[in-house]
Design a protein around this ligand. Structure first.
Ligand SMILES: [Zn+2]
Length: 109
């Protein structure tokens, strides 16, 4: 889906819009203050990856900062990569725990 992220240069609000036609993209206004001075941000889709490619690109030699773990997709990724390197397949129980952690459910238990 062609969803684009913008930031209003007048009120600093961020918003996402579905842009289906080129002429829509040219007519984008801030939904908060109606300003036309908006900045198109790099699409979030460019950084969206499948788990397989996230695993592949994960560099274990670099320490993770807290920003990394704010993305809940990254929870459990390090452990999985490490297991992959060791040739261990994550058990279904572990997969379940990781899935719960990613959905924030682990905090409820
Ligand atoms: Zn605005």
């Amino acid at each position: 889906m062609p969803i684009f992220e913008y930031r209003c240069q007048a009120c600093e609000e961020k918003f996402s819009l579905l842009i289906l036609k080129t002429k829509d993209a040219a007519a984008v206004k801030c939904p908060f203050c109606r300003a036309e001075r908006i900045l198109k941000l790099p699409s979030a889709f460019s950084v969206q990856q499948s788990e397989a490619s996230r695993l592949k690109n994960l560099d274990l030699s670099r320490p993770r900062d807290s920003e990394f773990y704010k993305n809940s997709c990254h929870i459990g990724l390090w452990a999985k990569k490490r297991m992959e390197q060791l040739g261990v397949k994550p058990s279904s129980q572990m997969e379940e725990i990781i899935e719960k952690a990613r959905c924030g459910k682990i905090l409820e238990e």
